[in-house]
Design a protein around this ligand. Structure first.
Ligand SMILES: Cc1ncc(COP(=O)(O)O)c(C=O)c1O
Length: 384
């Protein structure tokens, strides 16, 4: 009898066992000694699978997640290292977050008031990181509100301000980093005020992967690296800026490959239509390979008629629309391909490679979205 898991191995994710920690070490080479490297493992470790990824990151100092639920998952995996929650913790769940010994990002007055109402014994160890809005226009309090916020925080028993942070809006998408400099200046002004009042918290952090690679002055004493630990560059512009700035180029090794198998092969005559909407019509007799993967697995519908997959080290174009659970490819030029032959959607095969960046270009998005949207239901296998 087949188990559900064995049956699901028609589509799977392979994780290169050595790559995540290698990438962490590569990123660490650009940091000064003692800088804390916080591995961002939100969104199911950027789609890689959090329970598989975390054990592959023994040299991460901290972890960062988006939600309390993600933080709890790390604690339930037995993770003892500090866990920083970047997103909003519902007020009703604050007590749970404190009990689970999470570091919390704060940027709402209401959060502070809810902590103030909490039983002093519960709240005792809560570690807070104040997020400053320096120009990204999302989470954070405005610089001019920081002092008032801190005054209130000081009166909350057990609320321990350990961190000050911000996040850059425009490092990845450009070769011009004036706006990042503007944000950094605003952040420094806040830090100066705190210094004058002898309120500087222990952990100061602004840099994600791109800033970590490009600008030492953004590192302070903690860096929150996401995409880089998965072996992906934040953008082509970040890579170019690294070269133009004569910065050390980290050797980032992609962690993830995405694979499937051919589940049907058939020869169709010239003029045949393929898939919903009849968007593809064969201009010659065609051999079609059917793949058991679709947009329900995170294989973007925009990959229809635009992407390639790899079979026996050769590219086969995706033809017709991507369906919910199926995708068709033209394997006319790979006549040796047989039923249940391995197909690489993302990753290496022989001399060829489909990168997350190539797939992102075909789908009109970024590598971050390509990997984070891979279904958490697919099995993850460790290789290498
Ligand atoms: C606040 C914050 N810090 C750090 C990161 C990590 O960014 P990256 O994946 O570019 O390293 C993110 C990612 O979205 C983030 O939202």
């Amino acid at each position: 009898m087949y188990s559900a898991r064995a049956m699901s191995t028609l589509v799977w994710i392979e994780l290169d066992r050595g790559a995540p920690d290698h990438n962490l070490r590569e990123l660490r080479r650009g940091l000064k000694k003692g800088t804390i490297l916080c591995a961002v493992v939100k969104a199911n470790a950027y789609g890689h699978g959090v329970k598989e990824m975390v054990p592959l990151l023994p040299s991460a100092d901290w972890f960062a997640v988006n939600s309390l639920e993600e933080g709890i998952e790390l604690r339930e995996l037995g993770e003892k290292r500090p866990v920083l929650i970047l997103g909003h913790v519902p007020l009703a769940m604050l007590e749970e977050a404190v009990r689970r010994k999470m570091d919390l990002t704060v940027y709402n007055r209401e959060t502070v008031e809810a902590l103030a109402r909490m039983d002093a014994q519960v709240i005792d160890p809560v570690r807070l990181h104040l997020k400053v809005e320096t120009g990204t226009g999302r989470q954070g309090i405005l610089p001019e509100q920081v002092e008032g916020f801190l005054e209130r925080l000081k009166t909350v028993p057990g609320a321990n301000l350990v961190g000050l942070s911000t996040h850059f809006a425009n490092i990845e998408d450009t070769l011009n980093h004036d706006y990042a400099q503007f944000q950094l200046d605003r952040f420094r002004q806040v830090l100066d005020v705190l210094d004058r009042r002898k309120l500087r918290p222990e952990f100061i952090h602004t840099a994600a992967t791109a800033a970590a690679i490009l600008f030492e002055k953004t590192h302070f004493n903690l860096v929150r690296a996401g995409i880089g630990i998965y072996g992906l560059w934040p953008s082509r512009e970040t890579y170019l800026s690294t070269l133009l700035g004569h910065r050390p180029v980290p050797d980032l090794r992609p962690v993830l490959a995405w694979k499937t198998r051919l589940v049907q092969i058939k020869d169709l005559p010239e003029g045949s239509y393929i898939g919903y909407g009849c968007t593809y019509r064969a201009t010659r007799p065609i051999r079609v390979g059917v793949l058991p993967v679709g947009y329900a697995d995170g294989y973007d519908r925009k990959l229809g008629n635009s992407a390639y997959v790899l079979i026996r080290g050769k590219r086969a174009p995706v033809i017709g629309r991507v369906c919910m659970n199926l995708t068709m490819v033209d394997i006319s030029d790979i006549p040796q391909a047989g039923l249940e032959e391995e197909v690489v959607l993302l990753g290496r095969n022989g001399e060829e490679r489909i990168s997350a960046e190539a797939m992102a270009e075909w789908a009109g998005t970024i590598n971050y979205e390509i990997v984070t949207r891979i279904s958490p239901c697919l099995p993850r296998k460790l290789v290498g």
